[in-house]
Structure formats: C-alpha cells, structure tokens
Design a protein around this ligand. Structure first.
Ligand SMILES: [Zn+2]
Length: 54
C-alpha cells in the first residue's frame, strides 16, 4: 500500500541511467530520476530501442 502520509521525495533515488544517488529538490516539481536531462534522453532512447514504451 502506498503511504500517502510521507512525501515521495524523502526516499533516496538512484539515477536510472548510471545508478548515482540523486538529491531530491524539496517542494513542488517532479521527482528526479536522472542526473541530467541528457541522461534521461539517453535512457528513453535505449529503452525504446529495446521495445519499452517509455
Ligand atoms: Zn546518472
């Protein structure tokens, strides 16, 4: 069950591209999943090449 009482950004997140631990920016905005936007692009390009609908 998803715990809605805790902020989702409190959890440590590893970069989906290189695995580095990301520091989340508190407050409004999206959850960080990559070190940089370029890594996000590279990740999505790679996943699409493998057939995943990202
Ligand atoms: Zn990264």
């Amino acid at each position: 069950m998803f715990d809605t009482t805790k902020p989702v950004k409190a959890a440590p997140v590893a970069c989906l591209h290189c695995g580095a631990t990301l520091t989340q920016v508190p407050g409004a905005g999206r959850l960080r999943r990559f070190c940089t936007g370029e890594e996000g692009k590279a990740y999505r390009r790679r996943m699409r090449a493998l057939g995943f609908p990202v």
